[in-house]
Design a protein around this ligand. Structure first.
Ligand SMILES: Cc1ncc(COP(=O)(O)O)c(C=O)c1O
Length: 432
């Protein structure tokens, strides 16, 4: 749902309040869900009240003092109603569409959230079901006008279309698949998992599971000794896997155990560049040599490097740049040693370098296997080549898998970037 101004937000809050009141009244006669509905109705009263209070504080006075117009007809359901088998034909069609963009193995069916109310979830084929599980325990006050779907299992009808309009429309070269996530760290964390899963398939043409017992005690071979190579000064987030590849500031890492993964030097260029051409070329060659040495060393240690992760410009760890030749050389080394190449564009993506993706400046046809994003793209996630899609559902999964409302906002942001030629403007201003 795209809320365009404070008036819209206020109207929505009014509608929510009215629906919550209806749900509360209805809950008195509901027998099977009495406890949970009563609890949620108490919460919902509180929620509606504070939502209204907050909006009243933030919106201009003359808007909030008006009674909000009735924008939706209130209605109620008195039981389930099934019209097709589940998933129905429309859900099947949409699942097929979304399957061109991401893994759809966990999807139950597509939902019509406008028609869903209270405890009843309506699918795109018109089936109305009593949702006793509240999706993944994630619908706090029943279905109202504001719903946050668990995207991996119950996406809204327009999800494939909105993904296509937003993220897919700016996909990096060679990538048509995108997995949405919430933040930058969880995008990288899941991208690392995708690289590990891919690596095992490359090695063994299967997931390599030989004993389930090793898995549950987090031991090899089920949980193999693999590694990700990262760069000194790099920042990839603060969750456990990401933190093992973050080397920017001490405060991020202090007291937190980590993995024994290789860390290569990032070039330290001297400026002005034109005066240090030879020195900088030597510095970049030294770093690339070190990368190759580390890949070999970690393989010998029994912890092969499944992937290399790098920022096109180190941001959090300083404003550190390297030449396009350096990145091209690095990409070649990764390919030569069978390592996946992950470009973390959480900070650089979204147009601030004059291109949608900073790695476009390298001028490569095959610049990366995975490109992660967040921040200016408003939703987190990662693009990937086809072969980096996990083979089974729930291997790359969490409750939200992003937030569809962010795709709507992103579509508008991209429209503005295009309409106002902002990339060209950034490029022109950058030259001044
Ligand atoms: C390059 C890069 N990767 C990952 C992250 C982590 O993103 P988040 O803070 O959303 O977890 C950041 C955040 O600054 C970043 O700059």
């Amino acid at each position: 749902m795209l809320l365009t101004d404070s008036r819209d937000i206020y109207r929505q809050s009014e509608c929510i309040r009215r629906q919550i009141t209806t749900a509360r009244l209805r809950s008195r006669t509901s027998s099977c869900l009495d406890g949970s509905v009563m609890a949620s109705s108490l919460i919902s009263r509180q929620f509606a009240f504070s939502l209204q209070k907050n909006l009243r504080l933030s919106a201009p006075g003359n808007i909030v003092s008006k009674a909000a117009p009735k924008t939706q007809v209130e209605f109620d359901y008195d039981g389930p109603s099934m019209k097709t088998s589940v998933p129905g034909p429309r859900s099947e069609e949409l699942t097929k569409q979304l399957g061109h963009i991401q893994n759809v193995g966990a999807i139950n069916f597509f939902c019509n959230y406008e028609e869903s109310r209270g405890n009843y979830l309506v699918d795109v084929d018109g089936n109305r079901m009593l949702d006793i599980y509240t999706q993944i325990s994630s619908i706090p006050i029943g279905y109202t006008l504001v719903n946050r779907p668990a995207l991996g299992i119950l996406p809204p009808e327009n999800f494939p279309e909105k993904l296509t309009e937003s993220l897919v429309s700016v996909a990096p070269s060679g990538m048509t698949r995108v997995q949405t996530m919430a933040c930058g760290s969880c995008s990288n964390e899941n991208a690392y998992k995708a690289m590990f899963i891919w690596y095992r398939y490359e090695m063994f043409a299967s997931s390599g599971i030989v004993s389930l017992t090793s898995l549950f005690v987090s031991q090899s071979p089920g949980c193999p000794e693999l590694s990700i190579l990262s760069f000194m000064g790099g920042f990839h987030g603060r969750t456990m896997g990401c933190l093992a590849t973050t080397h920017s500031k001490a405060i991020h890492k202090l007291d937190v155990p980590s993995f024994d993964w290789p860390i290569a030097p990032f070039p330290r260029l001297q400026y002005p560049l034109e005066e240090f051409t030879r020195e900088n070329a030597q510095e970049e060659a030294r770093c690339l040599e070190e990368v190759e040495d580390l890949i070999v060393k970690w393989r010998q240690k029994g912890k092969p490097v499944a992937g290399v992760v790098i920022e096109p410009i180190q941001a959090e760890g300083g404003d550190n740049h390297a030449s396009s030749d350096f990145f091209r050389g690095l990409r070649d080394i990764a390919r030569k040693h069978g390592c996946a190449f992950h470009v973390d564009e959480v900070q650089t993506g979204g147009g601030t370098t004059g291109k949608m993706w900073a790695h476009e400046h390298w001028g490569m046809e095959d610049p990366a296997d995975i490109v992660s994003f967040s921040k200016k793209l408003l939703t987190g996630g990662y693009y990937h080549k086809d072969e980096f899609q996990a083979d089974k559902p729930y291997r790359i999964f969490n409750t939200w898998m992003g937030d569809p409302s962010k795709n709507l906002i992103l579509s508008e942001v991209l429209n503005v970037i295009r309409r106002e030629n902002l990339l060209e403007e950034v490029t022109a201003l950058g030259r001044c």
